[in-house]
Design a protein around this ligand. Structure first.
Ligand code: GLC
Length: 725
């Protein structure tokens, strides 16, 4: 992902000619119609379609989609097909792990495959446009939408966002099993103050360009994403849905994006609430002049653009530009040749191939945080006691933004463990009515069952409704009386495994100290149960790595690995007032009451085997700005089981014309190794990817000394150096 990527100039001359020809035939009302997306099917839609006054629908699918498309194609004057959008975020009926979970796999291939499958199933219901990938950088787990993100790192988010775009769109957008993607929410939405959704964001331009814009640029310039969605947030005083700097200067100007921009749900009209527009007419004006080509659900464009043109407040050229972009994507989708979906495409819904892919994705997304030889469980175990409010909740394991997913189609952990071990060997005691319950009356029953167990597995965390949009939490603790349940189960002294299902990093310190093993499964999707059972029973070894830092305490948030060094970095670990004394151990950037380090760092995760890193070699100790850095290391499986390691490459630019992060991820590789097997991993990184936006806000790669690491996570690894000359 380099800043100086070739501009997005891949346009098909035939399509451009067709766009021009069609645009020339359109009335102003028909042009404005294309810029309007209607939410859902309502009374009167049919007439709007016949008049050519709507270009898109949100959440209209199946037979309603077919009828609306027929009206548009056969009964409107110019027969312009509709683009039909919905949120296929992590699967359709076959639901994959939430994106934060998929990010933990560090495996772009499972993301690409999951998006391909999601597109295939959604297209069978007439959806030809999805509002994904979400590529917001999220560094505050209080923000509920971290669940939909790829986590804290721009490099990982760019890799996964591009993979998801490619999975949705394929090589040919006109393929009936592919759908247009939409990188969202442009831009900076994840930086909401205090982690409170929809809240204000203040992002200096350098941080915007070096972090928050990076995955969007990759989706545009590498993924060729068809559409972009503007966001809800006020960015430095200018709402992102009316922000000509980000939308026109950067996205459409610098990057040459030639798809179209859709607003978020009502975000045009919400510029009134922001205090950026006096009324809907001004909101419409600021939306179009800001660079938003299509309005989602609200009707300010349809109600006011014609008058704004007539009053000479808005040039028709801006309307033409917006409509050109929309028509271009409709032509690329092949909608003029093939506007309808085929019923028989539905044979693939929840097919074995899809379920197996979802199971693999869920398995690879689980992160093993602790294991004191409790896992894997003995498959000959006499009595396994399963506890917890999430052991058998099909709908909750799907997570947020799984509108087409059905809880009854989920395979839960309890079902999977009973299938694997036999009903008679698996006893279930919920322990709590649900995740948020403070009612501890069921705990004694769970404890009694645990006392008779050979091992106990407790499924805890957040229900699906505790994460996603408008689901910010001011606490990151386990909700309800779940910690009380953990403490009571730990008292029994039985081998205790906790599996956490959640849409965000939680404060898990109190859990870690009480259990023998801890597995973070995020919200794992339809096949979460079999995937977790595969890991608990040792069919596969866990291989997920943290895409977001796990804080030790809420007070540390925001906390992320690629932080700046400060002038007084913390020198030691642990609180700086040793008990019984009032000496301040170092006037450094630290806390009095908590170790400044995270509980678990970005990139962290365990396996059932162990890996040793050796022989780090920088093949290119001196590199120019146009060269490629080459670094190798040997990784060996030093345990007695096969396993997958995620080998990670980090760099640090020691001195810059602006301060630089202490580490930045610049490569990763999943490696499968048998016991005793070793492999040399080689990373090649274009030096042009080691740059940043300098004092004059231009993208530069500065000469100087760099550190480089190859290791298992962002805190550990073999270290060396190189020079950019
Ligand atoms: C929502 C979300 C956005 C989603 C859109 C359509 O408010 O912010 O992510 O794609 O509306 O459902």
């Amino acid at each position: 992902m380099t800043e100086n990527h070739a501009r997005f100039t891949e346009s098909d001359p035939q399509i451009e000619t067709r766009v021009d020809d069609l645009l020339a035939q359109m009335t102003l009302a028909e042009k404005i119609g294309q810029m309007c997306q209607v939410g859902g099917a309502h009374e009167g839609n049919e007439e709007l379609i016949r008049q050519g006054r709507v270009g898109s629908f949100l959440y209209v699918l199946g037979e309603q989609a077919r009828e609306f498309q027929r009206l548009a194609v056969e009964e409107s004057r110019l027969g312009i097909p509709l683009i039909l959008g919905a949120d296929v975020i992590h699967g359709f009926r076959t639901v994959f792990p939430i994106p934060l979970g998929q990010a933990a796999s560090f495996d772009p291939e499972i993301v690409r495959e999951g998006a391909r499958i999601g597109a295939r199933e959604a297209a069978a219901f007439g959806i030809n446009w999805t509002f994904g990938p979400m590529v917001d950088i999220a560094r505050d787990p209080r923000w509920g939408r971290i669940a939909e993100s790829w986590g804290e790192d721009p490099y990982l988010a760019a890799c996964m966002g591009v993979a998801m775009v490619e999975g949705f769109q394929g090589a040919d957008l006109a393929d009936p099993e592919r759908i247009a993607a939409c990188a969202k929410h442009y831009v900076g939405y994840g930086a909401a103050e205090a982690g409170r959704d929809y809240n204000t964001t203040w992002i200096p331009e350098r941080l915007l360009r070096d972090v928050y814009l990076v995955p969007f640029r990759a989706c545009v310039q590498e993924g060729r994403v068809a559409t972009i969605m503007s966001a809800f947030n006020d960015l430095n005083g200018v709402p992102t849905s009316g922000n000509a700097f980000t939308l026109r200067q950067i996205l459409k100007g610098e990057w040459g994006f030639d798809g179209f921009v859709v607003s978020d749900h009502s975000s045009i009209v919400e510029m009134i609430q922001h205090g950026f527009a006096a009324d809907e007419k001004e909101a419409a004006l600021k939306g179009v002049t800001g660079g938003v080509d299509m309005e989602m659900v609200t009707t300010s464009y349809g109600d006011h653009l014609e008058a704004l043109i007539e009053e000479d407040k808005l040039s028709v050229e801006l309307i033409d530009e917006a409509v050109r972009r929309i028509l271009r994507i409709k032509f690329r989708l092949g909608l003029f040749e093939n506007p309808y979906f085929e019923e028989d495409q539905r044979a693939v819904i929840l097919c074995d191939e899809h379920l197996e892919a979802a199971r693999k994705a869920a398995r690879e997304s689980c992160v093993l945080l602790k294991n004191d030889s409790v896992l894997p469980l003995d498959r000959e175990i006499g009595r396994l006691v399963v506890v917890g409010p999430l052991a058998d909740r099909g709908k909750d394991q799907l997570g947020c933004w799984a509108f087409a997913g059905r809880g009854e189609e989920s395979h839960t952990p309890l079902q999977a463990l009973r299938e694997a071990l036999g009903e008679e060997r698996v006893v279930y005691a919920p322990g709590l009515e649900d995740c948020r319950s403070a009612d501890d009356r069921l705990i004694p029953e769970a404890v009694a069952a645990a006392r008779e167990a050979d091992a106990v597995v407790a499924f805890l965390g957040e229900d699906a409704d505790l994460s996603g949009e408008a689901r910010s939490r001011a606490s990151l603790d386990l909700p309800g009386a779940q910690q009380q349940l953990v403490d009571a189960l730990a008292e029994t002294g039985k081998p205790l495994v906790v599996v956490i299902m959640a849409g965000r990093p939680l404060i898990l310190g109190p859990v870690v100290e009480k259990v023998g093993a801890l597995l973070l499964a995020w919200h794992p999707g339809t096949m979460g149960g079999p995937a977790i059972a595969d890991l608990l029973l040792g069919v596969e070894s866990p291989s997920g790595r943290l895409p977001a830092t796990l804080p030790r305490a809420l007070g540390q948030v925001p906390i992320y690995y690629s932080h700046k060094n400060t002038g007084r970095p913390p020198q030691d670990d642990g609180p700086s007032i040793p008990p019984g004394s009032f000496d301040i151990a170092g006037w450094t950037s630290r806390y009095l009451d908590v170790d400044h380090r995270p509980l678990f760092p970005f990139g962290y995760g365990l396996s059932y085997t162990t890996f040793a890193y050796s022989d780090l070699e920088v093949e290119t100790p001196k590199v120019g700005a146009e060269d490629t850095l080459a670094v190798t290391a040997v990784i060996k499986n030093t345990g007695d089981r096969a396993g997958e390691e995620v080998v990670q490459l980090y760099v640090r630019d020691l001195v810059g014309s602006v301060t630089r992060p202490v580490k930045e991820l610049k490569g990763f590789r999943r490696l499968s190794l048998e016991p005793g097997q070793q492999e040399t991993v080689r990373f090649e990184v274009p030096v042009s990817e080691l740059g940043f936006h300098g004092p004059a806000m231009e993208y530069i790669v500065e000469p100087g000394s760099f550190r480089v690491w190859i290791g298992p996570n962002s805190a550990d690894g073999l270290e060396s150096s190189f020079e950019v000359v």
